[in-house]
Design a protein around this ligand. Structure first.
Ligand code: BGC
Length: 369
């Protein structure tokens, strides 16, 4: 049962507002823009969008989540030829052509952005999409048939690309293979397998290969590393614990990962930094990560800690809108703030993904029923 503290009118109001922001900003195509008021975020990312759809699905905006998932399925099936070329190249032991690799973000109409400058090759979003789709179909008892072809193509794409270095969740460090990326891919493939949507065994085989690689190369000090062979942590690794459960969320690897994140990235009053060397907008605290941390706390029974993160996210809202990051009590690299503000203006608000993670955590804690 939700406690009175989590049912406070403030949280109920912000939860309603969050759902309204998500559904109002959704494009007629079904795509969610990352942020409507921030020039370079007027596009739809599979990563952001999948979590946004999860929030809509939990919050009762079933049509909104349906529309996003249909949009994703169309984006993928429209690129069947490209995916075929990638799979063939990898099967022949070759590197796929750079121009064939799927981007991380699309126009709201589902076209490639045509940008040469974006940090496009990121595979995690496609895994996150498979996970969010299966959650949504299960939650609402929906028929998976319209998604079969898109799922088949996405599984093939991920099975062909999962072990290639690519940009991480933060669109950085293309030369590495990232723990959080592998966790998202594993989460998606495992979800498709568990839902009985893969009759080829490809999901299961790829999951086993990911687990072997992470066990051999992806750990340091007993926890997950930011990238294979690395010796630092990143808060995006929280997703490997909850929701993807790519390691046992209550087991020793999860505990060591969480302890490193709490030691290096969590502020005592709430709020979470991305990684120790972050300089983007000075390296503030991200509501998205506070939501992820709270979600994990809620799953492992640390309800008071989860509520602290929910309260902290709510305290960052101005006029009911949540930013991408809040300077909060501490910037990791304050000397870098001005240069980002000069380049792109104040940090992105409202960030739909921030609203989504707030909603998901509110749902976990019983604020949304
Ligand atoms: C973040 C990405 C996010 C994108 C759109 C970037 O600054 O690093 O994780 O997908 O913004 O919100």
């Amino acid at each position: 049962m939700p406690t009175p503290a989590t049912q406070s009118p403030g949280h109920a109001r912000l939860a309603r507002r969050s759902l309204e922001v998500i559904t109002t900003e959704q494009a007629p195509s079904g795509a969610y823009p990352a942020c409507p008021d921030y020039e370079v975020y007027r596009y739809s990312w599979f990563r952001d969008g999948s979590f946004i759809a999860e929030a809509a699905s939990r919050g009762g905006a079933v049509d909104s989540a349906d529309a996003f998932h249909r949009w994703c399925a169309n984006v993928v099936t429209d690129r069947a030829d490209r995916i075929g070329r990638i799979v063939a190249a990898r099967a022949a032991g070759e590197q796929p052509a750079e121009a064939d690799l799927l981007p991380t973000r699309y126009t709201l109409e589902g076209a490639d952005t045509g940008d040469v400058g974006w940090w496009d090759f990121q595979t995690d979003g496609y895994g996150t999409w498979l996970w969010a789709l299966t959650e949504h179909l299960r939650r609402h008892g929906s028929d998976p048939a319209p998604y079969r072809e898109a799922v088949r193509l996405t599984v093939g794409y991920l099975a062909a690309t999962w072990d290639l270095p690519c940009y991480d969740w933060w669109e950085e460090y293309r030369e590495h293979r990232h723990g959080a990326t592998l966790g998202a891919i594993r989460g998606g493939l495992a979800a498709i397998h568990a839902a009985g949507l893969d009759d080829t065994g490809l999901c299961e085989r790829t999951v086993t290969r990911i687990d072997t690689l992470v066990r051999d190369d992806g750990l340091y000090d007993g926890g997950l590393a930011k990238w294979l062979g690395g010796d630092t942590v990143d808060a995006s690794l929280l997703a490997c614990l909850t929701p993807f459960a790519s390691v046992d969320p209550a087991g020793p690897i999860a505990r060591a990962t969480l302890a490193a994140i709490e030691r290096d990235l969590v502020e005592p009053e709430g709020g979470v930094h991305r990684y120790p060397q972050d300089v983007f907008y000075g390296g503030g605290q991200w509501p998205v990560l506070a939501g992820l941390l709270g979600w994990h706390y809620a799953r492992v029974g640390r309800v008071d800690d989860a509520r602290r993160e929910l309260d902290w996210i709510a305290s960052q809202a101005a006029d009911g809108l949540l930013p991408e990051q809040a300077p909060g009590v501490r910037l990791l690299a304050p000397e870098h703030l001005a240069r980002w503000e000069e380049r792109w203006g104040p940090n992105a608000t409202p960030l739909l993904w921030s609203h989504a993670m707030y909603l998901i955590l509110a749902h976990e804690l019983g604020v949304l029923v």
